[in-house]
Design a protein around this ligand. Structure first.
Ligand SMILES: Cc1ncc(COP(=O)(O)O)c(C=O)c1O
Length: 394
């Protein structure tokens, strides 16, 4: 995906849509329901109920005890107990999932090292550059499945060159394809990373879209149980994005959760991650922490609301995939989530051609990203055919 400026393209698309309501703006990763609402009422109420003094005062570096408890409860849910029986678990607040990733790369990456990235991905390069790291790719798909063989080859290569290897896994609802690793694929990945006992392996587990997993809230948290099989040289650091789970994109809230086998690993996190927070933003914005702590008190009710959004997204996905099949539009394997990636041999050209048809997508290295999250179910109908015509040069 490289370093395409999605926000810039999105602004152009938003302006085009303002002038012409028939424009299809499938650019940015924000979920709008079928009535074009972005804000979730329960989250809005929590915002209005904030204590203004607490919000305007300085918060704590890690977000505070209440936030940590709520973060672990939200992300790990009923897996928390079993995880705590094996790992020392810690979590802290960050400005968005971006903040969590930034801390992770800075605190765990050794300057000049390479990080293992999938060949199709979100724009991790920006975080790597600022942490003075760079990327090394493994091929993501082989025969529409996760390419385990290349994953192992590329990991072996990096493991032979450097002591610490950070491995980025964005799952479920992978950006930009919407892929989801199967249970077997996860187990194979765990077997592979377990083999590199002479290295420190850090799994950067990017769960930005996990709350939109079409299989549901509980199922989205199953993966955490697989981590019980990890050997002590493998730590999982989970980057959570409240931007997506609570539709508070501009508020900037997320969290970084560490699963540590030893006290030494825990102490490393406590020292290095905390110091990186102090060297970057001191404390994550109190607004988001306050909203999150309030909604966490109404978790069950909120999950019901969230499930409604996930069902709408699933419906959009089902329509697009059905029509893609009917029109022989070639897409990467999609299981659910905000985005679908259409294969294209000339993404920039096709992107420009689609603009002539009032369709705004995001051009990437090997395809065009369609943000199903940003268009209504009605707008999905016929879209696959329109894209197909452009990709085929009709
Ligand atoms: C794959 C992925 N990870 C992490 C993020 C970070 O999200 P935020 O910083 O807005 O919480 C995004 C946002 O688009 C994303 O697509």
């Amino acid at each position: 995906m490289g370093k395409v400026d999605i926000l810039k393209i999105a602004k152009i698309a938003q302006e085009a849509k303002r002038i012409n309501p028939n424009v299809i703006d499938a650019t940015i990763g924000m979920f709008y329901d079928d009535h074009k609402n972005l804000i979730i009422p329960r989250v809005q109420k929590a915002f209005y109920d904030l204590n203004i003094l607490e919000t305007f005062q300085y918060g704590s570096t890690d977000g505070g005890k209440e936030f940590e408890e709520n973060l672990l409860d939200w992300v790990l849910d009923d897996k928390q107990k079993i995880l705590k029986s094996k790992f020392q678990v810690t979590g802290l607040s960050t400005p968005g999932g971006s903040g969590a990733l930034s801390l992770l790369f800075n605190a765990y990456g050794n300057i000049g090292d390479k990080v293992l990235l999938p060949s199709l991905r979100w724009r991790y390069e920006y975080f790597l550059n600022s942490a003075k790291l760079s990327g090394h790719e493994h091929n993501l798909f082989k025969d529409s499945k996760f390419d385990l063989e290349d994953f192992q080859i590329q990991l072996s290569y990096l493991a032979s060159k450097q002591k610490t290897v950070i491995v980025v896994i964005n799952d479920p609802c992978h950006n930009p394809t919407g892929y989801q690793l199967s249970k077997n694929e996860w187990h194979s990945i765990i077997n592979i990373v377990n083999k590199f006992e002479n290295n420190n392996i850090i799994i950067a587990y990017d769960i930005a879209y996990f709350d939109y997993n079409p299989l549901g809230f509980k199922e989205a948290r199953e993966t955490f149980e697989y981590f019980l099989d990890l050997k002590p040289h493998v730590q999982v650091l989970t980057a959570f994005s409240a931007s997506k789970s609570f539709a508070i994109y501009g508020v900037r809230l997320g969290g970084l959760i560490g699963l540590h086998h030893t006290k030494e690993q825990l102490d490393y996190f406590k020292k290095n991650v905390y110091e990186d927070v102090l060297g970057k933003w001191s404390t994550a914005p109190n607004v988001g922490i306050g909203i999150f702590n309030k909604v966490a008190l109404q978790k069950d009710e909120y999950i019901i609301e969230l499930n409604k959004l996930t069902s709408q997204l699933k419906e959009r996905g089902d329509i697009f995939i059905k029509e893609a099949k009917e029109n022989s539009l070639d897409i990467y394997p999609y299981k659910g989530g905000f985005f679908v990636l259409v294969k294209s041999d000339n993404p920039q050209y096709h992107f420009e051609q689609l603009i002539n048809k009032n369709i705004y997508l995001i051009p990437m290295n090997n395809g065009l990203r369609v943000a199903l999250c940003g268009i209504t179910t009605k707008e999905v109908y016929g879209l696959a055919k329109q894209i197909k015509d452009v990709v085929e040069g009709k």
